[in-house]
Write a protein that binds this ligand. Structure first.
Ligand code: TXA
Ligand code: MG
Length: 315
């Protein structure tokens, strides 16, 4: 974890430094027109795991991937007519689209929380655009605040919450919109997943169709909240120190297994490996997966949250 967080200026030198940190797997907060995002290379498992650690998020909710153009977005999601309509009307801008994750897209499964959909957006802020162009790849970024705090709209807000926990913040002044992007689900019928910078009536007018809005009760079934959200075929048994007959074993620290989340007990490494290893053990055809105990601290809480969902009874 970095000791001091660098404040970078919004100039060519600052952009080059930020992109270099991203390439090295580090975290850089940056302004968008909505709020400051906490960015990392979306294809780098450990870098994405470090986002959750820095924010102290207790669960792996899926993250938004930021790219510099609609053409680039199409590398990561299955495009549709509806996507084309709203993207040409509102990108770059405060609109996020949730679309089916494209097969073979190079994005860490931690970004989507292993969902079959991906949230993607093309921000309008000139500093965000310059950074994305300089980096040249997809940047995963939640709002740059510690979990449970309000979203930052100035570099000083970012530092108030995350100083010493991230490598750098690019200071681009105050965010002009000041609320998060609107999230429009387009994996099925159009659905408002979060109100934000683009009003829903404006989206409906562009699409020429109504956009379904979730009620309060529905919000609890949002993908990241679902109890049995990632369900391997194999039965998952938690807090196991040894395997039973027919089980594959997922180790951690001193508890060995067919695969280990982290032999050294490093929780960032464990988070980075979590979905990859569960899929790999599931693919062996074992009847069950026994999982070593993971400490309930730091990123361990998010790992355990996801493991409990994987172990939850299926409907
Ligand atoms: O304005 C914004 O959207 C800011 C800036 C930095 O771009 N970002 C932001 O990210 O607000 P975050 O992580 O604070 O909120 C992202 C929301 C979460 O509520 C997450 O559950 C939802 O997007 N989300 C991400 N991927 C999703 C998916 N595949 N399906 C449904 N919801 C998704
Ligand atoms: Mg947020």
């Amino acid at each position: 974890m970095p000791n001091a967080t660098e404040t970078l200026q919004a100039d060519a030198q600052g952009f080059a430094r930020a992109a270099a940190i991203w390439r090295a797997g580090g975290l850089v907060a940056f302004p968008t027109e909505t709020v400051y995002g906490l960015g990392a290379d979306a294809a780098n498992d450990r870098a994405v795991a470090a986002i959750f650690e820095a924010k102290e998020r207790p669960r792996f909710n899926p993250l938004i991937v930021h790219v510099d153009s609609a053409e680039r977005a199409r590398d990561f999601v299955d495009w549709s007519d509806a996507a084309e309509i709203v993207a040409s009307a509102f990108w770059p801008g405060p609109l996020t689209l949730v679309l089916p994750l494209r097969q073979g897209a190079r994005v860490s499964p931690l970004v989507t929380a292993d969902l079959p959909t991906l949230a993607v957006r093309v921000p309008a802020h000139p500093v965000a655009r310059a950074l994305l162009a300089e980096f040249g790849g997809p940047v995963a970024a939640p709002s740059a605040n510690p979990s449970g705090r309000i979203s930052p709209t100035e570099a000083t807000h970012v530092l108030a919450g995350l100083d010493g926990r991230i490598a750098a913040v690019v200071d681009g002044g105050a965010c002009p919109v000041g609320v998060e992007s609107t999230i429009l689900g387009l994996a099925g019928d159009p659905e408002l997943l979060r109100p934000g910078g683009v009003p829903v009536e404006v989206l409906e007018a562009a699409l020429g169709t109504p956009v379904a809005q979730r009620g309060e009760a529905d919000a609890l079934t949002a993908p990241g909240q679902m109890r049995s959200h990632y369900a391997p075929g194999a039965r998952v048994r938690l807090n196991a120190t040894e395997r039973q007959a027919g089980e594959a074993m997922l180790g951690f620290g001193a508890v060995a297994g067919d695969l280990s989340l982290s032999e050294t007990g490093d929780l960032v490494e464990a988070a980075a490996n979590l979905f990859h290893h569960l899929h790999a053990l599931d693919a062996t055809g074992a009847a069950g997966i026994a999982v070593a105990p993971i400490p309930e601290r730091g990123l361990g809480r998010a790992i355990n949250d996801r493991l409990r969902r994987a172990a939850a009874p299926r409907d």
